[in-house]
Design a protein around this ligand. Structure first.
Ligand code: PGA
Ligand code: ZN
Length: 433
């Protein structure tokens, strides 16, 4: 059969932080090939798939020679002869072969690279772009982006406690317009930093390095940058935060905001974020509490999650079971979908489907360690996720994804439909006209 796997090969390439990562190629009998690279997180949840790293002194222990070998030997032997048209069967074979719950034997990095490369090969075999292969003829929407302006937390030496200060433009009519607005806000933010003597480079995902005396000052600067760019905060452009509160926990369940000199229990942490939500044009909040604080997440939902998007990242780790559990607890209304958190394409899609079943929104997301692989632009579109998060508006591993969305939008022509205001769960109306 044309779509039968004949050959799988992996290599070590380098990610956007200059760290090794796994890239896999899948070749099919009919001559089609697919390629994918594993991304890597820095603020990882404890419950996500685990990458296999060599350890030792070389490359800070981040080498992937064992993960590459796992693809070239065990995975290649197991998958050869299988049909890429059966992604579910293929992903099951990968999980079974690994045999551990978190994929640590073969490595989440090895498994995700192969799973995604097989998906790419399946699209190539059909002669379709990946988004169209996934859409299967259904009408799908281009995703509303959330784009980082200041990058803090684990991506900027913990210079701010909050990890991502982002913007969203739900009123834009297209990806193209959303990116044009973002370009102006990003530039204005850079100018503002320069004028106030705070320009100090870029964080891991390309956002401006956050030279602020408090988390709130960063929020104020963001509002100012939106205005400087000629837009109305809370009307044309909204703020979205990834608190990544997991990184603020010391192990005793308490939250420490170094910049604000605060030491909070879960309820006080929720109250602090609620205060920001009251005072700033915030439309979306991710991980306001830590990965095991489902109660705090439910409290946040009751406090401000009726009108505000409340995204689970580290607490849900792209797991369908966790989405259902959180929904049953009344915690959250959106899931962040990171394929490498789940380990396979099928598991990631299941998390997205779980969100849909619960009436939640979904955001397909990149990691802080990325490559030139643009697959997530296609996943977000082809799966009709509604939203996408890729980091900032600088550095080519980020821009490559934004640019790919422009190409997809162009390819759809007059059929192109932008998710915009329709990207959210019902009830998320904060300031949305
Ligand atoms: P990470 O950060 O890729 O470092 O985990 C992204 C996020 O927290 O959303
Ligand atoms: Zn996050």
């Amino acid at each position: 059969m044309k779509s039968t796997i004949t050959h799988i090969a992996a290599r070590q390439i380098w990610d956007s932080r200059g760290r090794p990562t796994v890239e896999a190629d899948v070749s099919l009998a009919g001559g089609a090939t697919g390629r994918a690279a594993a991304p890597a997180g820095a603020s990882r949840g404890a419950h996500e798939a685990i990458d296999l790293r060599d350890g030792g002194a070389r490359f800070g222990g981040m080498g992937v020679s064992q993960a590459v070998a796992a693809v070239n030997v065990e995975i290649a032997a197991r998958l050869r002869g299988l049909d890429v048209a059966d992604q579910v069967g293929l992903d099951e074979a990968l999980i079974e072969l690994d045999g551990t719950p978190a994929l640590e034997r073969l490595g989440g990095n090895a498994v995700v690279a192969v799973s995604l490369a097989a998906l790419q090969a399946a699209a190539a075999a059909e002669g379709l772009p990946l988004w169209a292969h996934l859409a299967q003829g259904r009408r799908v929407r281009l995703p509303l982006p959330e784009i980082q302006i200041f990058g803090g937390g684990a991506h900027a030496g913990r210079r701010t406690d909050v990890q991502d200060f982002m913007i969203m433009t739900p009123g834009a009519g297209s990806v193209r317009e959303a990116l044009e607005i973002t370009a102006e806000v990003f530039r204005a933010a850079g100018r503002l930093m320069e004028e106030t003597g705070r320009l100090a480079g870029a964080a891991d995902e390309g956002g401006w390095w956050p030279m602020f005396a408090s988390n709130e000052e960063a929020l104020e600067a963001l509002v100012q940058a939106i205005e400087m760019a000629g837009y109305r905060p809370g009307e044309d452009v909204f703020i979205s935060l990834d608190v990544a509160a997991n990184e603020l926990q010391a192990g005793d369940g308490r939250y420490r905001l170094g910049l604000d000199g605060a030491d909070f229990d879960s309820a006080a942490m929720v109250a602090r974020v609620a205060d920001w939500v009251r005072r700033f044009p915030i439309l979306s909040i991710e991980d306001p509490v830590g990965q095991d604080d489902l109660e705090g997440f439910a409290l946040a939902t009751r406090t401000f999650g009726q009108k505000i998007q409340l995204i689970g990242d580290d607490i849900l780790v792209t797991s369908a079971a966790r989405v259902h559990r959180a929904a049953a607890a009344g915690a959250g209304n959106a899931v962040l979908v990171k394929v490498n958190q789940a380990g396979t394409v099928t598991r990631a899609k299941a998390a997205l489907d779980a969100a849909r079943e619960q009436g939640w929104a979904a955001i397909v997301s990149a990691r802080s360690g990325e490559t030139e692989d643009v697959a997530i632009a296609h996943l977000a579109t082809g799966w009709d996720a509604g939203q996408i998060k890729v980091g900032s508006f600088a550095r080519s591993e980020r821009m490559a994804k934004w640019n790919e969305l422009l190409r997809i939008e162009e390819a759809m022509g007059p059929d192109a439909c932008f998710a915009g205001r329709g990207a959210f769960a019902a009830g998320v109306t904060a300031g949305l006209a």
